[in-house]
Design a protein. Structure first.
Length: 655
């Protein structure tokens, strides 16, 4: 019944079931706008939504050589004033060197079809804004359009077409489509038109309807059409790999091996050193005693001394510049730096290869497409024994990868065009470890003086290395020390901050300093109230209560979103004034699939010790395990001591 309703509302002529609609600025012959407009909803029935899609439509035509035409249309009903700003400004991105963009129409209407504004008040092309922190050179352009008359109750109806005129990789194309959009969708349709001579890869996820297929005139038409797609309510800690959102992805009938051969053809001639670079490499490794020393020296040089600048100009978005050019200019993007590294190591007789991946670790192994990759690193060594290295990460030691890349799918490309599909190594949470130790003495006025020490390994080290990446002057050291000390104790001063050379990737990561004049406790007669400097987890009880109130869970649970994929250790050791003792809070231990937590409170020989250890988890858990997660939160929340009571005289500790 659902598909019948969709067909009646979208199809305007019987012939359209066997061919894709031809859309022009005059309109879409397969969509009756007046009928779609009448689907407008009563805003009062949707108090949680600021807008709703009446139509979300895409018509995509692919050619065997990779050329394409993609037309998208949306009809959006504005329900709340908060949606006005979002929908009265539109931006469309394209690259004029190989793409064409056409705005078919943008208009504001009322549900009865009355036109509020027939076209944008302003349309202008502009360059993509560049960030000063991470400069990007790109040939992409933005076409901006401003509308008037957008208000609650109106509909924004717009359509645009982009054409791929000269694909960088011949025969390659791709299209992703979210049936679920984050808003309610009254009518959703995707039409994909391909020659019958090719059969694209299609991946459908979580669809509750079936696609249709038709053949006519040497073309095959795939249609995904459905109605009344509900808004999906977000849930805390929802995993990326979920069984809820409906989506479709279509890519050309190519494999990863085809993409590797194409990239090898672009990069192979650039993976050689000229005389200038060869001499520079020899200079960089001068004094190295081992193969490992040479690799680390080259890595440090390229990662830290070759400035990162993203370059995506035409084919330059895929083809690296020559090592000679990169060294001469002193900058390069990820592919430039990785290629220079590969060339430098090969000059030294060491095996190395470029590696293509997604910087966020989200490339889908089942969908071979160039667009899956936006980053390049390098692999050192022989197959099955690779060491992976990201040359854009200047604070990540050789042999490690930024956390976002770990565990992701990647493609190692060899000079002859052969390749390997690999899963990048992943560090367990226990290997991403930070340790903070505070120790000192408390006097009878509640003043604490002592030391602070912080060490880190794995992912937590990067922020610590960044802090000391450049030499600090006395004012910077003082400000950093005070900020750390005052985060722990009111009115504290941080003194004599000692760090390390953040650029020395073999240096021991240790931050140390003195804590002086900290108001750690408040005396009241024979008692003092000591503020716990590391806080408490009592608020997790409220989080657990809120989770129990939610509707039945649909999404899998990602524990890494709660605790993080790391381990933290915090220790506090305080020598109490003579004759003073602590009323110890209860120690807590909690263990689950969502992480582990342990806290201990002890006193011996006049010294109070507080220790906590938290270790996260990364394995996605099923939705029905929400009860276990709530129980874990409550167990941790039992460590709710905001204060520790100290008493003078014969009082003894309670635990």
């Amino acid at each position: 019944m659902r598909r019948l309703v969709v067909s009646l509302l979208l199809a305007a002529a019987p012939a359209l079931c066997a061919q894709a609609p031809h859309i022009t600025s005059a309109g879409d012959p397969s969509v009756r706008a007046d009928t779609i407009y009448r689907l407008a909803v009563d805003a009062a029935r949707y108090p949680e939504q600021e807008a709703a899609y009446l139509l979300d439509d895409g018509v995509v035509r692919f050619e065997a050589d990779g050329r394409s035409s993609k037309t998208f249309r949306q009809i959006v009903q504005i329900l709340k004033p908060s949606a006005v700003e979002r929908w009265q400004e539109h931006s469309f991105s394209y690259s004029p060197t190989h793409e064409a963009l056409r705005i078919n129409w943008i208009r504001v209407v009322r549900p009865n079809g009355e036109v509020v504004s027939a076209k944008p008040s302003h349309v202008q092309d502009a360059d993509v804004p560049a960030s000063e922190d991470d400069p990007v050179y790109s040939d992409r352009r933005i076409r901006r359009a401003s509308l008037t008359g957008v208000a609650p109750g109106t509909l924004v109806d717009f359509s645009y077409t982009t054409e791929e005129l000269k694909p960088f990789m011949p025969h390659e194309f791709s299209q992703s489509w979210g049936v679920s959009t984050g808003l309610q969708v009254a009518r959703s349709r995707l039409v994909v038109d391909v020659p019958t001579t090719i059969t694209p890869h299609i991946v459908e996820k979580n669809l509750d309807f079936s696609r249709t297929e038709a053949v006519a005139g040497g073309r095959r038409i795939y249609t995904w059409a459905t109605a009344n797609v509900p808004k999906i309510k977000p849930e805390p800690l929802a995993a990326d790999s979920n069984g809820v959102y409906m989506s479709v992805a279509i890519v050309a009938p190519l494999g990863w091996a085809d993409i590797a051969r194409w990239y090898a053809g672009l990069a192979h001639s650039r993976e050689e050193t000229g005389p200038t670079v060869a001499a520079r490499v020899d200079s960089v490794v001068h004094g190295a005693k081992t193969r490992a020393d040479s690799i680390r020296a080259v890595h440090k040089w390229i990662a830290q001394d070759i400035r990162y600048v993203a370059i995506a100009l035409g084919l330059g978005g895929y083809q690296p510049r020559t090592p000679e050019r990169v060294v001469a200019t002193g900058f390069g993007d990820c592919k430039d730096k990785a290629t220079l590294f590969v060339a430098a190591l090969r000059h030294l007789g060491i095996e190395a290869y470029p590696v293509l991946l997604s910087s966020a670790g989200r490339a889908d192994r089942t969908l071979p497409a160039v667009g899956q990759f936006n980053h390049e690193i390098a692999a050192v060594g022989a197959p099955a024994h690779y060491t992976f290295v990201d040359l854009t990460a200047g604070v990540v030691p050789y042999g490690e990868l930024p956390f976002s890349e770990q565990g992701g799918f990647a493609l190692v490309v060899h000079p002859d065009g052969s390749s390997e599909e690999v899963t990048l190594p992943k560090v367990e949470p226990s290997g991403n470890r930070s340790v903070i130790r505070v120790s000192g003495s408390l006097d009878s006025t509640g003043t604490f003086n002592g030391t602070y020490e912080e060490t880190a390994a794995g992912a937590p080290q990067y922020s610590l290395r960044s802090l000391f990446y450049n030499p600090l002057d006395s004012a910077q050291r003082r400000n950093i020390g005070n900020a750390i000390a005052r985060k722990l104790f009111e009115g504290a001063d941080g003194d004599s901050l000692v760090g390390f050379d953040g650029r020395d990737l073999s240096a021991t990561l240790r931050l140390g300093m003195l804590i002086r004049h900290a108001k750690a406790a408040t005396p009241t007669g024979n008692t003092m109230i000591l503020n716990s400097p590391f806080g408490n987890f009592g608020s997790l009880a409220t989080v657990a209560k809120e989770l129990e109130r939610l509707e039945k869970r649909r999404f899998p649970i990602d524990p890494a979103g709660f605790w993080g994929a790391h381990a933290t250790v915090t220790e506090l050791s305080i020598a109490l004034p003579p004759g003073w003792h602590a009323q110890l809070p209860k120690s807590v231990r909690a263990q689950s699939a969502f992480g582990s937590y342990e806290s201990t409170y002890t006193e011996a020989n006049g010294t109070l010790r507080l220790a906590r250890q938290m270790t996260g988890a990364t394995k996605v858990q099923p939705p029905e395990s929400i009860g276990d997660f709530v129980a874990f939160l409550r167990a941790v929340a039992a460590d709710d001591a905001k204060f520790i009571v100290l008493t003078h005289g014969d009082a003894t500790s309670g635990h």
